[in-house]
Design a protein around this ligand. Sequence first.
Ligand code: LRH
Length: 470
Amino acid sequence: RMNPSFAALDFGATSGRVIIGELESGRVRMREAGRFANSPVTIGGRMHWDVLSLWDSAITHLRDAVRADRGLLSVATDTWGVDYGLFRRGRMLSNPVHYRDERTLEQVDRVHARVAAAEIYAIAGTHSLPINTIYQLASDASEGAIECADTALLMPDLFTYWLSGERIAERTIASTTSLMNARTGEWDARLLQAAETDATLLPPIVPPGTSLGAATAEVAEAIGTSVEVVAVGAHDTASAVAAIPMTGEGSAFVSCGTWGLVGVERDEPVLTERSRTAGFTNESGIDGRHLLMRNGMGLWMLSESIRLWETERGPVDLLSLLAAAGTVDRRLAVVDVDDPVFQTPGDMPARIAAWCAERGLPMPVGMAETARCIIDSLAQSFADAALESTSLTGQTLARIHIVGGGSRNALLCQQLAARAGVPVFAGADESTALGNILVQARAMGELSGTLDDLRAVAARTVAPKRYAPR
Ligand code: LRH
C-alpha cells in the first residue's frame, strides 16, 4: 500500500502554507504543496484577517496536493494564538480582527477593573498581553458585536469547522486566550464574565490529537477526495514544541518565527507571582504538557527592517545580509527587543537608531550593522529567557533547542550559544508543520506511543545541528 500522508495547513505571519508530510521508514518526508500571502487587510482603521482568501488558497492547494499524492489521509490546521471569528447559526458574521490591531489597548484597564492581572495569572497562567482574546472579546462586547453572535471560533478551530462542520475549541489554542483555567484545561466562568462573554459562546474544549471525522461533502468535492479532519496542537507554538527532540532536565526551547517563544516544558503549570513578574506565560502543549515561556520578539524586527529596505532600494538577499552582519566587528548596542516601540509596523531601522541615541549608546549605521544589532539583541533576550525559565522551575540550563525560521540563522544560533554558555541544537526549521503532522499521524493510528516517541521520529527526520558555546 501507499505511504500514508497528512496535510498541515499552517497560517503564519509571513505566509499561509499547505505542507504534506509522508511517513516513510520511521521518518517524515515533508514537501510544501503551496504557499500564499497572509496579509492583513485594513479597512476603516481596523486590521482584519483576509480569511476567505486564505480559505480559497488553502483549498486550491489541497486539491492540487491530492492530485499529486493519493495517500493523503487527513488534514489539520494550526495558526498563531489569540484571534477568533464570530458566528451566528453556523455563519461567519464578520472578518476576524488581527491581533496587531490596536482596538484592545483601551480594554486592558476595563477588564482589569473586573479581574486583576494577578488573578488572571493565578487562574489562566497567562501574561497580560493586550492582544489576548480576553481583551479582544471585551472590545467586541463594548461595540455590541458579541450580542449578535452565538459562537466564537479561535482561528485554527474556524478552519477546522469549515473543513469538518464540527465546532470545537482545541486546548492548546484555547490556552492562549486568558480564559482557560491552566490547571483544569477548561473554560473559566469568572474570566469569561470579565470579558462580558457568555459561557456558551465558546465551544467545548477538546485535547490535541482529536479526530473530528470526515471532511464535509462540500470540501471533499472541492479537493477531490474524502479525508479525515484532525485537531492537532492547533496553536502553532504547541505544534512546534511537539517536534523538538528535547530530552532530560535542563532543556530549554526557542521557537523562533515572527515571535520568539522561549521556555521549558513541564508537567504542571507554574502560577507563581515570581513567574508572573518575570513575564512568563503558561500555555498548553501536547499530551497534557505545560509550556512555561516568555512570548517575545522573534524575527519580526529583522523582517520589518528588510521590508523597509526593499521598498527603498529593491530586493535584499538575506544570506548576503547575514554574511555581512557576521563580519561587523564594531561593538554595537544590545537593544531591549521587547520594548513596545518595536512591536508595531513601520520604520524599524530608524526606531532602533533612535532607541540607541536616546540612551547614548552606539547607533548601528546601515543594513549590516542594523541586522547585527537585531541578531545580537535577540540572542541576548533568548539567552536571558532560557536561563530564567530553567531557574523558575528549579533546573540548571544544560542546552537550548531552537526551531522555526530562526534556526536557519547560523549567526543567531552562534550568538545564542555564546551568550547562554550552553550548546544550542538547531532544527527543524519547519518544526510547526512537523509537529502538526506527527500528532495527526498518531491520531490516525499510523504512529503510536508517547510524545517522546513522536520526538524520536522528529529527530530522525531532521538531525539537529549543534553550535558550541565558544
Ligand atoms: C507565535 C504565536 C505566539 C503568540 C502569537 C500571537 O506564532 O502563536 O505563541 O500566540 O503568535
